[in-house]
Design a protein. Structure first.
Length: 297
C-alpha cells in the first residue's frame, strides 16, 4: 500500500494524501527559491496552477462517487418504474461529466508534475532541460534520455520505463487510442448506465460501462478500471516522490542547509462535510487506495 498518496483517517475525518504536492510548495519558497519575489519564477507559477487543478480533480472524483451512489438509490427506488424515472437522464449526464472531468484534470496534474521534475533535478535548468508548455507528461521520458547520467536520472528513467507495461496505470488511463481519457476525448465513447441483478441475488446493482457507440467489443467496467488506474498511480507517485525527496535533500546538503519533508500534504474532500463521520470502506471511497503506513512524513 502507498504511504503518501491515497486515503487516510485523520482527526475523525477522511482525507486524501498527495505527497508530490509538496514539491511545488518547497521549490516556490526559500531556501530552495533564490529568485527575488516579484520576478518570474516558473516553480511558483506551477505551484499556483497545481493548487487549483488538484482541487478540481478531487471535486470531480467526489462527484462521480456521489453519482454512482445516486444511481444505486435510483435502482433501489424502482428505476424507470419508480416515482421519478426522468432522474435517470440527470444522473447519466452528471456521471459522464464527472468521469470526464476526473480524467481531464488528472491529466493536467500529471503534466504539472512532469514540468516540476527538472526544477528538482537542476538548480537552474536550461531551456533545453525543461518541458515547454505545449509538452507534458508523455514527453518526459524522452527528455530524461537527454540528461546526463546521475543516480536521480537513472532512477527516473527506470520509473518512467515501467509505464510501458501492459498493466500500467498509464496504459489504463492515458495511452493513446485505448486509455480511458483517450476514449472519451477522441472516440464516440460514453458512459452507459444500467442495472442488473446477479444470479442468486434480489437486489439490482449499477453498471457504469464505458462503451463505444455502434462498435461491440469495446465495453469496460469504468469504476473497476478507474480504481485500478488510481491504485497503480498512487503506488507510482510514492516512488517518484521518494526519488524527488532524496534529490532535494542532497541539494540542500550541497548548499549548506538541512531539509527534510514535512507532514504529507492533505486535502479534505467535500464528502467529509456531512453531519456523520464518513467511514472508509475497503473499496470505492473516491476509488483511491487506503494508506496503511504508520506515519506520513
Amino acid at each position: 500500500m502507498p504511504c503518501r498518496h491515497g486515503i487516510r483517517r485523520e482527526d475523525n475525518s477522511a482525507v486524501v494524501l498527495f505527497g508530490v504536492s509538496d514539491l511545488f510548495e518547497v521549490l516556490s519558497r526559500p531556501p530552495f527559491r533564490t529568485t527575488p519575489l516579484g520576478n518570474r519564477h516558473e516553480p511558483t507559477n506551477l505551484a499556483f496552477h497545481f493548487r487549483q487543478v488538484i482541487q478540481l480533480f478531487f471535486y470531480f472524483l467526489d462527484m462521480f462517487q456521489k453519482k454512482y451512489r445516486a444511481f444505486e438509490q435510483f435502482l433501489e427506488g424502482g428505476a424507470l418504474a419508480g416515482p421519478n424515472p426522468t432522474a435517470y437522464f440527470d444522473i447519466r449526464t452528471e456521471a459522464n461529466a464527472a468521469a470526464q472531468g476526473t480524467l481531464t484534470n488528472l491529466n493536467i496534474i500529471l503534466d504539472d508534475i512532469a514540468r516540476i521534475i527538472p526544477y528538482v533535478i537542476f538548480r537552474e535548468p536550461t531551456p533545453k532541460q525543461i518541458l515547454i508548455l505545449t509538452n507534458g507528461f508523455s514527453e518526459m521520458k524522452d527528455l530524461l534520455s537527454e540528461y546526463s547520467n546521475t543516480s536521480t536520472v537513472e532512477q527516473l528513467r527506470t520509473l518512467f520505463a515501467n509505464l510501458k507495461d501492459d498493466a500500467s496505470w498509464w496504459k489504463i488511463g492515458f495511452k493513446y487510442n485505448i486509455g480511458l481519457r483517450s476514449r472519451f476525448m477522441h472516440y464516440p465513447d460514453c458512459l452507459v448506465l444500467s442495472g442488473s441483478t446477479p444470479p442468486g441475488e434480489s437486489k439490482m446493482r449499477p453498471n457504469f460501462e464505458l462503451c463505444r457507440i455502434g462498435t461491440p467489443g469495446y465495453t469496460v467496467d469504468f469504476p473497476a478500471q478507474l480504481r485500478m488506474m488510481l491504485h497503480g498511480l498512487c503506488e507510482w507517485l510514492d516512488k517518484l516522490d521518494a526519488i524527488m525527496v532524496e534529490r532535494l535533500m542532497a541539494r540542500a546538503k550541497e548548499d549548506g542547509f538541512e531539509w527534510h519533508p514535512e507532514k504529507c500534504p492533505t486535502y479534505f474532500m467535500p464528502i467529509v462535510g456531512s453531519a456523520s463521520v464518513q467511514a472508509i470502506p475497503a473499496e470505492d471511497f473516491l476509488y483511491l487506495p487506503i494508506c496503511t503506513a504508520p506515519s506520513c512524513t
